[in-house]
Design a protein around this ligand. Structure first.
Ligand SMILES: *[C@@H]1O[C@H](CO)[C@@H](O)[C@H](O)[C@H]1NC(C)=O
Ligand SMILES: *[C@@H]1O[C@H](CO)[C@@H](O)[C@H](O)[C@H]1NC(C)=O
Ligand SMILES: *[C@@H]1O[C@H](CO)[C@@H](O)[C@H](O)[C@H]1NC(C)=O
Ligand SMILES: *[C@@H]1O[C@H](CO)[C@@H](O)[C@H](O)[C@H]1NC(C)=O
Length: 232
């Protein structure tokens, strides 16, 4: 009895030692998952061969302003980010962005950071908040996308758990409009990820035209974000 427990302890200890560099923020989602989502025959988005650090669901708004030429231009996005790696490889994992979009459009509030939304998603989908995605202004006034996991999830309290990124590749959503483009982004600064993909987008495109001077709009959308190469 005692010997068995000792053996078990020893096994546990060596299992721990066997992977000393494995980070808490490496997901259990196989590397093949993103590769299988990306459309064949395009070279803009290239799935990394390593395991994603985070596989997440984005629930939020694309913001637009009406330009003087009568179309909407992007002024960033405000997105709550949920960990969906634990759902993989269930059938729910493959369609979580659709179910989440239905819940988000039915939700009475437009603010994705509202506490009630996180509670509803926890109860409905058993997913918890990883962090937030939003945009910051560059010194030249252009906008830079940020993923910030410093205040939620397993990286809570880690000041390095943030990445500022820049778009490196862009394809139309394979499911067409009104779903926003799929994009690949690379790290400009921060340790949260070296590469980020936005895929499985649901909605988010603005109306095709607008009356110059009309108010800013926000358009609800959902998607998945795959984050690779985390150093946190
Ligand atoms: C997006 O639009 C909402 C509603 O107008 C606003 O509260 C929010 O500050 C906007 N965010 C950005 C980054 O423009
Ligand atoms: C808006 O219209 C202008 C002028 O036609 C065009 O150059 C620009 O690409 C359009 N922007 C978007 C976001 O469609
Ligand atoms: C909820 O997710 C956690 C992992 O995040 C898992 O351990 C648990 O079994 C799940 N609960 C249900 C009811 O599926
Ligand atoms: C992101 O870029 C910065 C600046 O080049 C670098 O210090 C950091 O290690 C990079 N982070 C990752 C996760 O690659």
């Amino acid at each position: 009895m005692l010997a068995l427990s000792f053996l078990r302890l020893l096994l546990l200890a060596t299992a721990g030692l066997a992977a000393p560099s494995r980070r808490a923020t490496i997901s259990s989602v196989p590397a093949s998952v993103l590769a299988q989502l990306l459309p064949q025959g395009q070279q803009q988005l290239v799935a990394p061969t390593d395991t994603p650090s985070f596989v997440t669901l984005g629930v939020g708004n694309q913001n637009y302003t009406c330009s003087s030429s009568g179309n909407y231009t992007s002024t960033g996005a405000v997105v709550q980010v949920f960990d969906v790696a634990p759902l993989s490889p269930s059938s729910e994992f493959s369609k979580i962005e659709e179910d989440a979009f239905a819940a988000w459009t039915a939700h009475p509030c437009d603010n994705p950071y509202e506490q009630n939304l996180a509670q509803e998603f926890q109860a409905k989908f058993n997913v918890s908040v990883s962090g937030q995605h939003y945009f910051i202004a560059n010194p030249d006034g252009s906008l830079a996308p940020v993923w910030d996991f410093r205040t939620d999830g397993p990286t809570k309290g880690n000041p390095g758990a943030i990445v500022v990124a820049a778009v490196a590749g862009d394809i139309p959503s394979p499911t067409g409009p009104p779903n926003v483009d799929w994009v690949e982004l690379t790290n400009v600064s921060g340790k949260l990820a070296s590469t980020v993909f936005r895929v499985n987008t649901v909605a988010g495109d603005p109306p095709p035209s607008c009356q110059p001077g009309s108010p800013d709009i926000q358009v609800k959308f959902t998607c998945k974000y795959f984050l690779y190469g985390s150093q946190v």
